[in-house]
Design a protein around this ligand. Structure first.
Ligand SMILES: Nc1ncnc2c1ncn2[C@@H]1O[C@H](COP(=O)(O)OP(=O)(O)OP(=O)(O)O)[C@@H](O)[C@H]1O
Length: 871
């Protein structure tokens, strides 16, 4: 829930501070476990915290002195103590410690106090050394907290908004890479046993904040007395866009492996044979039910797949591959075998810098393969590469518990193209692909970094995807990537500005969806801006429910976007296969929840999507969704706002007072599910106490600040969208903003539940009139819950200013009781309603390269549309 996200972030920020705090805390447990070194006393004044340690020790001994059992003589000088308990405790480190350590109670004259002090100083020295080691590896010359902050590209903004009662308080919002471990969900749910699908500890990756916001609030002199919604605080004027730029700079500055190109440039393929230029032909009308406004005839692809549907009832296994810790962690551990606990602390800090470590890994690679990379760079330049594709992504979070099995993300990436068992093929592909990349695997990432910008750092949530390597490998081999490197296997669909193909990167078994657009056609039809918008947006995205753009290039005046392939068809097709042609409510809830997170992310990036409809929601192989098609989107600026307390919950906009859910099951729809995500030791026994606990928790969650990044100032007068989904303000030409996405979100939910849109008329004109004039009605059947209908009602408010979501965006909508019980942070790990029907990859036997180039690319674009004919 929204509040959850908020809570997550705060906890995360708290986590951010932990390194500083831990430096002292971690010391203490080692008092009893430390290893004495020598009798020498290091100059403790050099390390500030050593004084604290000594103080602690002194206090400890004083406490022992003072609190020792009466009549017991506790001697710290002679080492004789009649307290066996203390004796044992104190003996332990020394007994286990180094042979030269002084013995307590033994014959050595050294005092116990002195011995312990030395032990602790020794331990502190070890810790300091380890910290230095880890810091020098990950980010030289940065404090731990600073290092974390800098690597996560934080936005630190003074909350000193004029009139703000929180003067003096500091609000920090940082956008963290997705691979990093969020801790919020851990805080909220960790006490319970691991989720059944083995979520990673980075489960907050599932949270909507992509970029995830972590908030650190130092209340300082804050009076904390705000009570109304006016207390929302501007976090700052930095829009995510600005953050993106900063991130890019940061990344490129810190990592030579990450190169970024100008947004408006593409990499032309200089070596495309003339034979690949194919004739144009007239368009094929879109078979979809809805015509799109704003452009010529649109087309919609329905896959003709007849594979049987499988209900997914087995939780997906998400095994953690903590590659990110990698060598640094190991090294740290090796260097400090006697400081296991300390090492853990350090490692946990390093974990939180996951993406940074990945980048460092790349850098390391770069160093070891610099010659090769340089050669390739030169080669690329000489090949006439104008610009490299890079994803000017906003570092995202989570974020994410990497949903991976074994080679995980990579396995997801390698969607097999052979006909037999998809799963088996997948594995085969991985190994084959890996081996095909074999020798160069160690350098391919770094090479790719320089050549394409398609680095692990660009799309953290897909950083382990083997397709980066595959592309990089080809680039390193040939110096340039073009259409000739792909085997076009199947036409997936045709849109207004291009045609999408399923394609295999030759020799890699890696599948992609390639959107091919004819620049000449686009220019002639004045659709270049749409293509440009889509390209720019795609490049920014780094979110599990949005497509990953791997690379882009121009091949013989064809602009190609190489994207993640989504084999499950679209929601429009899937809905029509449901009984009654509509989804059951839990399934609908699943899909709209994921779409909501995608929209929230887009809004945070300053993108108003404007074209939500089931046709644009593809189903991934794992059953989760992918929102596509951004050519009608509106780009704008956005100012993240931190809303304090529960002021963001406007009861007038929500029918029922929301309750925060802490259920670990992302789709537990049982409203009476009480505090189930806490372990037994936290579970109150009586129902009454349970209820109280839940209320307390809900109150706490509601009191947490909430990040809202809704582009409230976005305005456009364009008449864009799909008839049945058009918002009234668009039809009326009054100008519109981000609220149109919440209108379409309401229509979308309605359609999923009822199998039709609410205002559809006999024709487009009537539909438009209905949207503006007709009141919302719900059919008697199928039966839909009150909460679902209530949410739809609040979204389909004709005046945008009164529409749910208009003011506070997705955060507001997530609070609606329809989503009660849904753990937003874990949504990505939820088991989807059903397995998608995968496209039958009944790909014809691959033709010879000559035949491919001469026959596959029969590009035809005449009249309204452009199309590439494959066969
Ligand atoms: N990544 C992908 N994976 C699988 N299929 C895809 C992918 N991207 C697009 N498609 C399919 O290709 C079709 C055409 O997509 P495209 O985005 O070009 O057209 P569109 O959705 O009709 O929108 P527009 O007309 O605005 O371009 C889609 O309907 C979809 O079925």
């Amino acid at each position: 829930m929204g509040s959850y996200s908020g809570s997550c972030e705060i906890v995360e920020a708290g986590e951010e501070l932990k390194p500083v705090q831990r430096s002292r805390r971690t010391y203490q447990p080692h008092i009893g476990l430390g290893i004495g070194e020598k009798d020498q006393k290091p100059p403790v004044q050099k390390l500030g915290y050593k004084n604290s340690l000594e103080n602690d020790i002194n206090q400890l001994f004083e406490a022992i002195n003072v609190k020792g059992p009466k009549g017991l003589s506790v001697s710290y000088q002679g080492g004789t103590s009649s307290s066996s308990l203390k004796k044992n405790a104190l003996k332990k480190p020394i007994a286990v410690g180094m042979p030269h350590s002084p013995r307590i109670g033994g014959s050595e004259p050294l005092s116990l106090k002195q011995a312990l002090r030395d032990l602790c100083i020794s331990k502190a020295s070890e810790m300091a050394a380890m910290k230095r080691l880890s810091m020098s590896i990950s980010s030289p010359s940065a404090s731990e907290a600073g290092r974390v902050k800098s690597s996560f590209n934080p936005v630190v903004v003074d909350s000193g908004v004029p009139g703000n009662e929180h003067k003096g308080s500091m609000v920090e919002v940082s956008f963290v890479p997705e691979d990093d471990k969020p801790t919020s969900s851990r805080m909220m749910t960790a006490p319970r046993q691991a989720p059944k699908n083995k979520l990673l500890s980075q489960s907050a990756n599932c949270s909507p904040q992509f970029p995830r916001a972590t908030m650190q609030i130092s209340t300082g002199t804050s009076t904390s007395t705000q009570t109304d919604s006016s207390t929302s605080r501007k976090v700052g004027t930095q829009a995510p866009k600005a953050e993106m730029c900063r991130k890019e700079k940061h990344t490129s500055a810190s990592s030579p492996s990450c190169s970024y190109a100008d947004d408006n440039t593409l990499e032309p393929e200089s070596t495309v044979p003339a034979s690949t230029k194919v004739p144009k032909r007239s368009p094929v009308p879109k078979s979809g039910r809805k015509g799109r406004l704003h452009a010529g005839p649109s087309s919609s692809l329905t896959n003709g797949n007849k594979a049987s549907r499988t209900t997914r009832n087995v939780p997906r296994v998400a095994k953690t591959i903590v590659r990110n810790k990698s060598s640094i962690k190991k090294k740290t551990k090796q260097d400090s075998s006697s400081a296991a606990n300390t090492s853990k602390e350090v490692n946990s800090h390093l974990d939180s810098n996951a993406s940074q470590l990945i980048c460092q890994r790349c850098q390391c690679s770069m160093k070891t393969s610099s010659n090769e990379t340089n050669q390739d760079s030169i080669k690329s330049q000489s090949a006439g590469i104008i610009a490299e594709v890079s994803s000017s992504h906003v570092s995202s979070d989570m974020h994410k518990p990497t949903l991976v099995e074994n080679n995980s993300n990579r396995s997801q990436a390698a969607i097999p193209r052979a006909k037999n068992s998809p799963k088996a093929r997948e594995k085969g592909d991985i190994s084959q692909s890996s081996s095909s990349l074999g020798d160069s695997s160690s350098t391919s990432i770094s090479g790719d970094s320089n050549l394409s910008g398609s680095t692990c750092g660009n799309k953290p949530h897909m950083s382990k995807d083997m397709r980066w390597d595959a592309i990089s490998h080809i680039r390193m081999q040939d110096g340039v990537l073009g259409l000739r490197h792909f085997n076009l296997l199947k036409k997936l669909g045709c849109g207004d500005i291009g045609t999408v193909y399923l394609a295999e990167l030759s020799g890699t078994n890696c599948l992609f969806a390639i959107k091919v657009m004819d620049n000449e056609f686009l220019a002639r039809r004045k659709k270049m801006p749409r293509a440009q918008t889509e390209r720019e947006i795609l490049r920014m995205l780094d979110h599990p429910f949005l497509p990953t753009l791997y690379t882009q290039f121009v091949s013989d005046n064809l602009s190609c976007l190489v994207m993640e392939y989504c084999p499950g068809g679209d929601l429009h097709v899937l809905r029509q296969k449901q009984p009654g042609r509509c989804f059951y409510e839990p399934a609908a809830r699943f899909y709209v929840a994921e779409v909501l997170l995608a929209l929230e992310y887009l809004h945070m990036l300053g993108v108003v999507y404007r074209d939500l409809k089931p046709e644009n929601i593809l189903v991934r192989e794992d059953g989760h969704i992918m929102l596509t098609d951004f050519d009608l989107s509106l780009r704008c600026t956005v100012s993240p706002t931190l809303l304090k307390s529960s002021s963001y919950l406007d009861p007038a906009r929500l029918s029922v007072q929301c309750t925060a859910s802490s259920c670990v099951e992302p789709f537990c729809v049982e409203p009476t599910c009480h505090v189930p995500c806490f372990g037994p030791k936290f579970l109150p026994t009586s129902a009454k106490t349970k209820k109280k606990a839940k209320e307390d928790l809900a109150a706490k969650v509601r009191s947490l600040p909430q990040l809202v990044a809704e582009p409230t100032d976005a305005r456009s007068n364009s008449f864009v969208g799909t008839h049945e989904y058009l918002a009234p303000e668009i039809i009326k030409g009054e100008g519109h903003g981000a609220a149109v996405d919440w209108w379409t979100f309401g229509i979308f939910l309605y359609e999923l539940l009822y199998g039709k849109t609410p205002f559809r008329g006999a024709g487009n004109e009537e539909t438009l009139a209905n949207v503006v004039l007709q009141s919302l009605k719900f059919p008697d059947s199928p039966l839909v819950s009150f909460h679902a209908r209530d949410l739809i009602k609040r979204l389909l408010v004709k005046e945008p200013e009164n529409r749910l979501g208009t003011e506070k965006g997705a955060a507001e909508i997530k609070q609606h009781p329809f989503f009660e019980g849904l753990n937003w942070a874990l949504i990505r790990c939820a088991v989807p309603p059903e397995l998608p029907e995968l496209y039958e990859l009944g790909v014809p036997t691959m033709m010879s390269p000559e035949a491919e180039t001469s026959k596959y690319l029969e590009f035809k674009a005449t009249g309204e549309h452009l199309e590439f004919e494959l066969f």
